[in-house]
Write a protein that binds this ligand. Structure first.
Ligand SMILES: *Cc1c(COP(=O)(O)O)cnc(C)c1O
Length: 329
């Protein structure tokens, strides 16, 4: 199988912009920083899940599904964008929501309500059991005569990650057009699919830059094996021959703070800095923490004026509104 043959259901406005952040670059006194604006993919206020959902929705339609089943925390961008994608494709969606971070009807959860998402709220539950519950939900729907399509947490399966293999290609072309050759791509890493797709693409293109993920939830060891597996599986699905080595798997876990969806002072400072220098909003759960990591690497001298960094802005901006207590002063 190769990418042009894969069915794709268009949801994202592409290519997303790639542009310089000169005032942020000057404020940090380190590498040239460019933003790849996947916060502007255009699907229901944007974000990285649009690229993944294009392949998942095409698969769901091919299977004649009529309802999508997925899950996440109350501020899940993935759930919000899945609910919107379902509507665009004329389907319904169920969101299995477990307690994690902010639970009030604000930000993403507010948008879920507007999209008419069927919300099932669970008590505190380990991830593996959430997924089991989601599968049970599919079974219950099937017995009721529906045709459910299951999307795991974060939508990180090789088919979906194909969206980020294509993003690597898109980025490569844009870099050529504007004459930049990045040394690093930095992004937040959650369920790993975005990082895996990008890395598979970068290896396939034999691009000279390193992909560096700032994990926002899991510890580094756990992410490394998951990332390695997903990267290889994505390449295999597409028949891309890549030579993945341990060197290619770069994960930092020092910036996630006390845990997923818990805002950190460094992340909040990064959000303020990017807003005041560039007029761009980051979010407290993903991109703020990834930017805090980039800032720290500059302070430590690991990234210098010799480098050129592309920061992948994966979105998450609706989540900002649930963090008014932390950010609104
Ligand atoms: C889901 C998400 C990520 C992480 O992507 P994964 O593919 O799950 O690693 C990063 N940023 C935002 C804003 C997201 O919603």
């Amino acid at each position: 199988m190769n990418i042009p043959q894969l069915p794709r259901f268009r949801l994202a406005t592409l290519p997303t912009p790639l542009h310089d952040a000169p005032r942020l670059t000057a404020a940090l006194g380190g590498p040239r920083i460019l933003f790849k604006r996947d916060d502007l993919t255009g699907l229901a206020l944007g974000g990285n899940k649009a690229r993944k959902l294009e392949f998942l929705l095409a698969d769901a339609l091919a299977q004649q599904a009529d309802i999508l089943v997925t899950g996440g925390g109350p501020q899940s961008n993935h759930v919000r964008m899945t609910a919107a994608a379902a509507r665009i494709a004329g389907m319904d969606a169920v969101g299995v929501i477990y307690p994690s971070g902010k639970g009030e009807t604000q930000g993403n959860l507010l948008l879920d309500h507007l999209l008419g998402l069927e919300i099932i709220r669970l008590p505190p539950t380990p991830h593996a059991q959430v997924e089991a519950f989601m599968l049970d939900t599919c079974e219950r729907l099937r017995q009721a005569g529906r045709r459910p399509y299951y999307i795991p947490l974060g939508g990180s399966v090789p088919l979906a990650d194909t969206g980020y293999v294509l993003c690597a290609l898109e980025l490569q072309q844009q870099c050529l057009e504007i004459g930049v050759s990045p040394s690093h791509i930095i992004l937040p890493t959650g369920s790993c699919g975005t990082h895996a797709g990008l890395l598979a693409g970068v290896k396939w293109l034999q691009a000279p830059y390193r992909v560096l993920g700032m994990t926002v939830s899991r510890a580094r060891e756990e992410v490394q094996s998951r990332l390695e597996r997903l990267t290889q599986e994505t390449a295999d699905l597409l028949g891309l021959r890549i030579d993945l080595t341990a060197d290619d798997i770069i994960i930092h876990d020092a910036y996630r703070g006390p845990g997923y969806a818990i805002s950190t002072p460094e992340g909040e400072a990064a959000i303020r800095l990017v807003a005041t220098t560039e007029g761009i909003f980051l979010d407290p759960v993903y991109t703020g923490k990834a930017m805090a990591g980039l800032i720290d690497l500059i302070r430590r001298g690991a990234l210098t004026r010799e480098h050129t960094v592309v920061f992948l802005h994966t979105g998450g901006v609706p989540g900002l509104f649930a963090y008014d207590k932390e950010l609104g002063h």
